[in-house]
Design a protein around this ligand. Sequence first.
Ligand SMILES: Cc1cc2nc3c(=O)[nH]c(=O)nc-3n(C[C@H](O)[C@H](O)[C@H](O)COP(=O)(O)OP(=O)(O)OC[C@H]3O[C@@H](n4cnc5c(N)ncnc54)[C@H](O)[C@@H]3O)c2cc1C
Length: 326
Amino acid sequence: MEHFRVVIIGGGPIGIACALEAQKNGLNYVILEKGPIVNSLFNYPQNMQFFSSSEKLEIDNIPFISTEAKPKRNEALEYYRRIVTSNDLNIRLFEKVKNVEKTQNGFSIVSSKNSYTADKVIVATGFYDLPNTLNIPGEELPKISHYYKDPHFYASQKLAVVGASNSAIDAALECYRKGAEVTLIIRGDEVGPRVKYWVRPDIINRIEEGSIKAYFNSKLTEVRQSEIVIDTPEGTVTLQNDFVLALTGYMPNFDFITHMGIKLSEDAKKLPQYDPETMETNVAGIYLAGVICGGMETHKWFIENSRIHAKMIISSILKEKEISTI
Ligand SMILES: Cc1cc2nc3c(=O)[nH]c(=O)nc-3n(C[C@H](O)[C@H](O)[C@H](O)COP(=O)(O)OP(=O)(O)OC[C@H]3O[C@@H](n4cnc5c(N)ncnc54)[C@H](O)[C@@H]3O)c2cc1C
Protein backbone atom coordinates (compact mmCIF):
# COMPACT_ATOMS: atom_id res chain seq x y z
CA MET A 1 0.00 0.00 0.00
CA GLU A 2 1.47 3.37 -1.03
CA HIS A 3 1.85 6.06 1.60
CA PHE A 4 1.66 9.79 0.91
CA ARG A 5 2.09 12.74 3.21
CA VAL A 6 -0.91 14.32 1.49
CA VAL A 7 -3.68 12.76 -0.61
CA ILE A 8 -5.67 15.33 -2.58
CA ILE A 9 -9.11 14.17 -3.69
CA GLY A 10 -10.24 15.99 -6.85
CA GLY A 11 -8.17 17.29 -9.76
CA GLY A 12 -10.13 20.50 -10.37
CA PRO A 13 -8.43 23.91 -10.40
CA ILE A 14 -8.20 24.00 -6.60
CA GLY A 15 -6.95 20.42 -6.19
CA ILE A 16 -4.27 21.28 -8.76
CA ALA A 17 -3.40 24.47 -6.84
CA CYS A 18 -2.97 22.36 -3.68
CA ALA A 19 -0.71 19.93 -5.54
CA LEU A 20 1.49 22.75 -6.88
CA GLU A 21 1.85 24.15 -3.37
CA ALA A 22 2.64 20.72 -1.91
CA GLN A 23 5.21 20.07 -4.66
CA LYS A 24 6.92 23.44 -4.14
CA ASN A 25 7.25 22.68 -0.44
CA GLY A 26 8.64 19.18 -0.89
CA LEU A 27 5.62 17.32 0.46
CA ASN A 28 5.03 13.93 -1.07
CA TYR A 29 1.47 13.99 -2.48
CA VAL A 30 -0.89 12.50 -5.01
CA ILE A 31 -4.09 13.82 -6.61
CA LEU A 32 -6.79 11.21 -7.14
CA GLU A 33 -9.28 12.36 -9.78
CA LYS A 34 -12.28 10.35 -10.87
CA GLY A 35 -12.34 11.78 -14.41
CA PRO A 36 -9.97 13.63 -16.74
CA ILE A 37 -7.94 16.68 -15.62
CA VAL A 38 -10.39 19.39 -14.43
CA ASN A 39 -13.32 17.07 -14.97
CA SER A 40 -15.97 19.65 -14.02
CA LEU A 41 -14.68 22.18 -16.55
CA PHE A 42 -14.46 19.42 -19.16
CA ASN A 43 -18.18 18.79 -18.62
CA TYR A 44 -19.20 22.46 -18.80
CA PRO A 45 -21.12 23.63 -21.88
CA GLN A 46 -18.97 23.50 -25.00
CA ASN A 47 -19.05 27.27 -25.65
CA MET A 48 -19.09 28.41 -22.03
CA GLN A 49 -17.38 31.70 -21.20
CA PHE A 50 -16.22 32.30 -17.62
CA PHE A 51 -17.59 35.29 -15.74
CA SER A 52 -14.12 35.80 -14.26
CA SER A 53 -11.35 37.38 -16.25
CA SER A 54 -8.39 35.07 -16.92
CA GLU A 55 -6.03 36.54 -14.28
CA LYS A 56 -8.65 35.72 -11.62
CA LEU A 57 -8.54 32.05 -12.65
CA GLU A 58 -4.74 31.85 -12.41
CA ILE A 59 -3.19 29.56 -9.86
CA ASP A 60 0.26 29.99 -8.34
CA ASN A 61 0.68 33.23 -10.34
CA ILE A 62 1.13 31.26 -13.56
CA PRO A 63 -0.08 33.62 -16.32
CA PHE A 64 -3.32 32.67 -18.05
CA ILE A 65 -3.41 34.29 -21.49
CA SER A 66 -6.79 34.29 -23.21
CA THR A 67 -8.05 35.83 -26.45
CA GLU A 68 -10.71 37.89 -24.68
CA ALA A 69 -10.58 39.21 -21.12
CA LYS A 70 -12.96 36.44 -19.99
CA PRO A 71 -11.70 33.07 -21.18
CA LYS A 72 -13.68 30.29 -22.79
CA ARG A 73 -13.92 26.72 -21.49
CA ASN A 74 -11.40 25.45 -24.08
CA GLU A 75 -8.81 28.02 -23.03
CA ALA A 76 -9.27 27.05 -19.37
CA LEU A 77 -8.83 23.36 -20.25
CA GLU A 78 -5.62 24.27 -22.06
CA TYR A 79 -4.38 26.36 -19.11
CA TYR A 80 -4.97 23.83 -16.33
CA ARG A 81 -3.85 20.87 -18.47
CA ARG A 82 -0.56 22.60 -19.28
CA ILE A 83 0.01 23.32 -15.59
CA VAL A 84 -0.42 19.63 -14.78
CA THR A 85 1.77 18.36 -17.60
CA SER A 86 4.55 20.95 -17.52
CA ASN A 87 4.93 20.70 -13.74
CA ASP A 88 4.73 16.92 -13.93
CA LEU A 89 2.16 16.84 -11.14
CA ASN A 90 1.51 13.47 -9.55
CA ILE A 91 -2.12 12.99 -10.62
CA ARG A 92 -3.94 9.69 -11.12
CA LEU A 93 -6.91 10.07 -13.44
CA PHE A 94 -10.13 8.09 -13.74
CA GLU A 95 -9.59 6.92 -10.17
CA LYS A 96 -12.56 7.62 -7.92
CA VAL A 97 -12.07 7.80 -4.17
CA LYS A 98 -14.71 5.65 -2.53
CA ASN A 99 -13.83 5.80 1.13
CA VAL A 100 -11.64 7.65 3.61
CA GLU A 101 -11.22 6.25 7.12
CA LYS A 102 -9.30 7.68 10.04
CA THR A 103 -6.72 5.22 11.38
CA GLN A 104 -4.37 5.32 14.36
CA ASN A 105 -1.58 6.96 12.32
CA GLY A 106 -3.47 8.95 9.74
CA PHE A 107 -5.91 7.88 7.05
CA SER A 108 -6.66 4.93 4.85
CA ILE A 109 -8.05 5.76 1.42
CA VAL A 110 -9.75 3.32 -0.91
CA SER A 111 -10.21 4.25 -4.56
CA SER A 112 -11.69 2.45 -7.54
CA LYS A 113 -8.17 1.26 -8.44
CA ASN A 114 -6.05 1.17 -5.31
CA SER A 115 -5.64 1.62 -1.56
CA TYR A 116 -3.43 4.25 0.07
CA THR A 117 -2.43 5.58 3.45
CA ALA A 118 -1.85 9.27 4.13
CA ASP A 119 -0.98 11.64 6.97
CA LYS A 120 -3.32 14.32 5.62
CA VAL A 121 -6.25 14.41 3.23
CA ILE A 122 -7.42 17.42 1.22
CA VAL A 123 -10.95 17.15 -0.11
CA ALA A 124 -11.38 19.34 -3.22
CA THR A 125 -14.31 17.56 -4.83
CA GLY A 126 -16.35 20.61 -5.89
CA PHE A 127 -20.11 20.54 -6.39
CA TYR A 128 -20.72 19.66 -10.04
CA ASP A 129 -21.48 15.95 -9.65
CA LEU A 130 -24.95 16.03 -8.18
CA PRO A 131 -27.69 18.12 -9.79
CA ASN A 132 -30.56 19.53 -7.75
CA THR A 133 -33.37 17.35 -9.00
CA LEU A 134 -36.95 18.48 -9.58
CA ASN A 135 -38.56 15.37 -8.08
CA ILE A 136 -41.48 15.38 -10.50
CA PRO A 137 -43.12 12.65 -12.58
CA GLY A 138 -41.19 12.02 -15.78
CA GLU A 139 -37.82 13.17 -14.46
CA GLU A 140 -36.37 9.78 -15.37
CA LEU A 141 -37.20 10.22 -19.09
CA PRO A 142 -34.12 10.46 -21.33
CA LYS A 143 -35.40 13.74 -22.85
CA ILE A 144 -34.64 15.58 -19.60
CA SER A 145 -31.08 16.51 -18.70
CA HIS A 146 -29.41 18.42 -15.86
CA TYR A 147 -26.31 19.14 -17.92
CA TYR A 148 -26.15 21.19 -21.11
CA LYS A 149 -23.42 20.72 -23.69
CA ASP A 150 -24.11 21.91 -27.24
CA PRO A 151 -26.95 23.97 -28.78
CA HIS A 152 -26.81 22.16 -32.15
CA PHE A 153 -28.54 19.17 -30.54
CA TYR A 154 -31.70 21.22 -29.89
CA ALA A 155 -32.05 22.89 -33.33
CA SER A 156 -35.68 22.80 -34.60
CA GLN A 157 -36.82 21.25 -31.32
CA LYS A 158 -39.24 22.45 -28.68
CA LEU A 159 -36.97 22.97 -25.68
CA ALA A 160 -37.99 23.87 -22.14
CA VAL A 161 -35.26 25.32 -19.92
CA VAL A 162 -35.90 25.30 -16.18
CA GLY A 163 -33.93 27.83 -14.11
CA ALA A 164 -33.01 31.50 -14.07
CA SER A 165 -29.31 31.58 -13.31
CA ASN A 166 -26.26 31.71 -15.58
CA SER A 167 -26.36 28.10 -16.79
CA ALA A 168 -30.05 28.24 -17.70
CA ILE A 169 -29.90 31.65 -19.34
CA ASP A 170 -26.77 30.83 -21.38
CA ALA A 171 -28.42 27.61 -22.59
CA ALA A 172 -31.72 29.33 -23.45
CA LEU A 173 -30.01 32.06 -25.49
CA GLU A 174 -27.60 29.75 -27.31
CA CYS A 175 -30.30 27.23 -28.22
CA TYR A 176 -32.68 29.97 -29.36
CA ARG A 177 -29.90 31.28 -31.64
CA LYS A 178 -29.38 27.82 -33.12
CA GLY A 179 -33.03 27.44 -34.02
CA ALA A 180 -34.67 25.84 -30.98
CA GLU A 181 -38.12 26.96 -29.85
CA VAL A 182 -37.27 27.87 -26.27
CA THR A 183 -39.58 28.15 -23.28
CA LEU A 184 -38.08 29.31 -19.97
CA ILE A 185 -39.67 28.20 -16.71
CA ILE A 186 -38.64 30.44 -13.83
CA ARG A 187 -39.62 29.90 -10.19
CA GLY A 188 -39.26 33.56 -9.18
CA ASP A 189 -40.53 36.74 -10.76
CA GLU A 190 -37.35 37.75 -12.61
CA VAL A 191 -34.23 36.56 -14.39
CA GLY A 192 -31.61 35.73 -11.71
CA PRO A 193 -29.85 38.83 -10.35
CA ARG A 194 -26.44 37.09 -10.60
CA VAL A 195 -26.74 36.45 -14.34
CA LYS A 196 -23.65 37.90 -16.06
CA TYR A 197 -24.20 41.65 -16.47
CA TRP A 198 -23.56 41.54 -20.22
CA VAL A 199 -25.99 38.63 -20.76
CA ARG A 200 -28.92 39.81 -18.60
CA PRO A 201 -30.14 42.59 -20.96
CA ASP A 202 -29.97 40.14 -23.88
CA ILE A 203 -32.31 37.60 -22.27
CA ILE A 204 -34.68 40.29 -20.96
CA ASN A 205 -34.98 41.75 -24.46
CA ARG A 206 -35.54 38.32 -26.04
CA ILE A 207 -38.32 37.64 -23.53
CA GLU A 208 -39.89 41.06 -24.03
CA GLU A 209 -39.93 40.73 -27.82
CA GLY A 210 -41.41 37.21 -27.47
CA SER A 211 -38.54 35.34 -29.16
CA ILE A 212 -38.20 33.28 -25.98
CA LYS A 213 -41.38 32.53 -24.06
CA ALA A 214 -40.90 32.82 -20.28
CA TYR A 215 -43.23 31.67 -17.52
CA PHE A 216 -42.39 33.48 -14.26
CA ASN A 217 -43.55 32.40 -10.77
CA SER A 218 -44.02 29.02 -12.39
CA LYS A 219 -43.08 25.41 -11.78
CA LEU A 220 -42.60 22.47 -14.09
CA THR A 221 -44.82 19.78 -12.55
CA GLU A 222 -44.66 16.91 -15.03
CA VAL A 223 -42.65 15.77 -18.03
CA ARG A 224 -44.30 13.45 -20.53
CA GLN A 225 -43.01 11.84 -23.72
CA SER A 226 -44.14 14.72 -25.96
CA GLU A 227 -45.57 17.27 -23.48
CA ILE A 228 -44.74 19.18 -20.33
CA VAL A 229 -47.10 20.50 -17.65
CA ILE A 230 -46.38 23.86 -16.01
CA ASP A 231 -48.04 25.33 -12.97
CA THR A 232 -48.36 29.09 -13.68
CA PRO A 233 -50.12 31.97 -11.84
CA GLU A 234 -52.76 31.81 -14.63
CA GLY A 235 -53.34 28.08 -14.07
CA THR A 236 -51.98 24.84 -15.47
CA VAL A 237 -50.44 25.00 -18.95
CA THR A 238 -49.67 21.94 -21.08
CA LEU A 239 -47.14 22.46 -23.89
CA GLN A 240 -45.83 20.30 -26.71
CA ASN A 241 -42.21 19.49 -25.88
CA ASP A 242 -39.22 17.55 -27.21
CA PHE A 243 -36.50 18.20 -24.60
CA VAL A 244 -36.10 19.64 -21.11
CA LEU A 245 -32.94 21.15 -19.65
CA ALA A 246 -33.38 21.36 -15.89
CA LEU A 247 -30.51 23.71 -14.99
CA THR A 248 -31.41 24.30 -11.36
CA GLY A 249 -27.97 24.07 -9.84
CA TYR A 250 -25.80 21.42 -8.27
CA MET A 251 -24.74 20.37 -4.80
CA PRO A 252 -21.69 18.79 -3.20
CA ASN A 253 -21.67 15.09 -2.44
CA PHE A 254 -22.55 15.45 1.24
CA ASP A 255 -22.64 11.68 1.89
CA PHE A 256 -19.02 11.44 0.81
CA ILE A 257 -17.81 14.02 3.34
CA THR A 258 -20.12 13.14 6.23
CA HIS A 259 -18.98 9.54 5.93
CA MET A 260 -15.45 10.81 6.74
CA GLY A 261 -16.87 12.39 9.89
CA ILE A 262 -17.09 15.97 8.60
CA LYS A 263 -19.98 17.74 10.29
CA LEU A 264 -22.47 19.96 8.44
CA SER A 265 -24.58 22.82 9.81
CA GLU A 266 -28.07 21.62 10.51
CA ASP A 267 -29.81 24.35 8.50
CA ALA A 268 -30.59 24.24 4.79
CA LYS A 269 -27.13 25.64 3.95
CA LYS A 270 -25.41 22.41 5.10
CA LEU A 271 -22.14 24.26 5.66
CA PRO A 272 -19.25 21.90 6.39
CA GLN A 273 -17.37 22.56 9.61
CA TYR A 274 -13.82 23.86 9.12
CA ASP A 275 -11.41 26.36 10.58
CA PRO A 276 -11.37 29.38 8.21
CA GLU A 277 -7.69 30.07 9.09
CA THR A 278 -6.36 26.62 8.15
CA MET A 279 -9.28 24.96 6.26
CA GLU A 280 -8.91 21.95 8.59
CA THR A 281 -12.27 20.32 9.28
CA ASN A 282 -13.60 19.01 12.56
CA VAL A 283 -11.77 15.78 11.64
CA ALA A 284 -8.13 16.61 12.47
CA GLY A 285 -5.99 16.03 9.37
CA ILE A 286 -8.80 16.40 6.79
CA TYR A 287 -8.89 19.75 4.99
CA LEU A 288 -11.45 21.22 2.60
CA ALA A 289 -10.43 23.24 -0.45
CA GLY A 290 -12.37 25.01 -3.19
CA VAL A 291 -16.06 25.36 -3.83
CA ILE A 292 -17.08 22.40 -1.67
CA CYS A 293 -16.67 24.72 1.34
CA GLY A 294 -19.93 26.52 0.58
CA GLY A 295 -22.26 23.57 1.20
CA MET A 296 -25.57 24.34 -0.53
CA GLU A 297 -24.42 27.94 -1.03
CA THR A 298 -22.67 27.07 -4.26
CA HIS A 299 -22.44 30.70 -5.40
CA LYS A 300 -20.25 31.74 -2.42
CA TRP A 301 -16.99 30.19 -3.51
CA PHE A 302 -15.41 30.16 -6.95
CA ILE A 303 -11.90 29.75 -8.32
CA GLU A 304 -11.12 33.42 -7.77
CA ASN A 305 -11.69 33.43 -4.01
CA SER A 306 -10.86 29.80 -3.18
CA ARG A 307 -7.48 29.40 -4.94
CA ILE A 308 -5.98 30.86 -1.73
CA HIS A 309 -7.02 27.67 0.14
CA ALA A 310 -4.00 25.87 -1.33
CA LYS A 311 -1.46 28.11 0.45
CA MET A 312 -3.50 28.15 3.68
CA ILE A 313 -3.67 24.36 3.87
CA ILE A 314 -0.09 23.59 2.92
CA SER A 315 1.31 26.22 5.28
CA SER A 316 -0.82 24.78 8.10
CA ILE A 317 0.53 21.28 7.35
CA LEU A 318 4.11 22.61 7.24
CA LYS A 319 3.72 24.49 10.52
CA GLU A 320 2.57 21.30 12.19
CA LYS A 321 5.66 19.54 10.84
CA GLU A 322 7.90 22.30 12.25
CA ILE A 323 6.27 21.99 15.68
CA SER A 324 6.65 18.22 15.69
CA THR A 325 10.36 18.41 14.78
CA ILE A 326 11.24 21.02 17.46
C1 LIG B 1 -21.12 26.57 -15.39
C2 LIG B 1 -20.18 27.11 -14.33
C3 LIG B 1 -19.46 28.27 -14.58
C4 LIG B 1 -18.54 28.76 -13.63
N1 LIG B 1 -17.85 29.90 -13.90
C5 LIG B 1 -16.93 30.35 -13.01
C6 LIG B 1 -16.16 31.54 -13.28
O1 LIG B 1 -16.32 32.21 -14.27
N2 LIG B 1 -15.25 31.91 -12.35
C7 LIG B 1 -15.04 31.20 -11.20
O2 LIG B 1 -14.14 31.57 -10.42
N3 LIG B 1 -15.79 30.13 -10.92
C8 LIG B 1 -16.72 29.68 -11.79
N4 LIG B 1 -17.48 28.57 -11.48
C9 LIG B 1 -17.43 27.99 -10.13
C10 LIG B 1 -16.17 27.21 -9.74
O3 LIG B 1 -15.09 28.03 -9.90
C11 LIG B 1 -15.96 25.98 -10.47
O4 LIG B 1 -16.99 25.11 -10.08
C12 LIG B 1 -14.58 25.34 -10.22
O5 LIG B 1 -14.48 24.23 -11.07
C13 LIG B 1 -14.35 24.95 -8.78
O6 LIG B 1 -13.08 24.34 -8.60
P1 LIG B 1 -12.85 23.15 -7.56
O7 LIG B 1 -11.48 22.65 -7.84
O8 LIG B 1 -13.20 23.59 -6.20
O9 LIG B 1 -13.95 22.06 -7.95
P2 LIG B 1 -14.13 21.25 -9.32
O10 LIG B 1 -13.54 21.95 -10.47
O11 LIG B 1 -15.56 20.86 -9.39
O12 LIG B 1 -13.22 19.97 -9.09
C14 LIG B 1 -13.62 18.89 -8.31
C15 LIG B 1 -13.01 17.65 -8.91
O13 LIG B 1 -13.19 16.58 -7.99
C16 LIG B 1 -13.44 15.40 -8.73
N5 LIG B 1 -14.08 14.46 -7.81
C17 LIG B 1 -15.30 14.55 -7.23
N6 LIG B 1 -15.53 13.50 -6.43
C18 LIG B 1 -14.43 12.71 -6.52
C19 LIG B 1 -14.06 11.45 -5.93
N7 LIG B 1 -14.88 10.82 -5.06
N8 LIG B 1 -12.85 10.92 -6.24
C20 LIG B 1 -12.01 11.56 -7.08
N9 LIG B 1 -12.31 12.74 -7.68
C21 LIG B 1 -13.50 13.31 -7.39
C22 LIG B 1 -14.32 15.89 -9.88
O14 LIG B 1 -14.30 14.98 -10.96
C23 LIG B 1 -13.68 17.23 -10.21
O15 LIG B 1 -12.71 17.15 -11.22
C24 LIG B 1 -18.39 28.07 -12.39
C25 LIG B 1 -19.14 26.92 -12.14
C26 LIG B 1 -20.02 26.44 -13.09
C27 LIG B 1 -20.82 25.19 -12.77
